[in-house]
Design a protein around this ligand. Structure first.
Ligand code: SF4
Length: 62
């Protein structure tokens, strides 16, 4: 069975910083619950790097 949910979803610190709950739902559907391999945060985690706190899954920072 192909895993579609990010293994880091429980406890991913990104969502603690997110003020807009509507954005959380959209991002989770776009990345965490489907194509998490495309998430910029996930990729850095997989490579053993330090994920910047303000890095969004789409690779942008705010
Ligand atoms: S933001 Fe990225 S690393 Fe965090 S749970 Fe979603 S897909 Fe995984």
């Amino acid at each position: 069975m192909i895993q579609t949910e990010c293994p880091n979803l429980n406890g991913c610190p990104f969502f603690n910083r997110l003020a807009l709950r509507s954005s959380e739902k959209v991002l989770k559907n776009l990345f965490c619950l489907s194509r998490y391999q495309n998430c910029a945060r996930y990729k850095i985690t997989q490579s053993g790097g330090q994920v910047p706190a303000d890095l969004w899954p789409n690779g942008k920072t705010v």
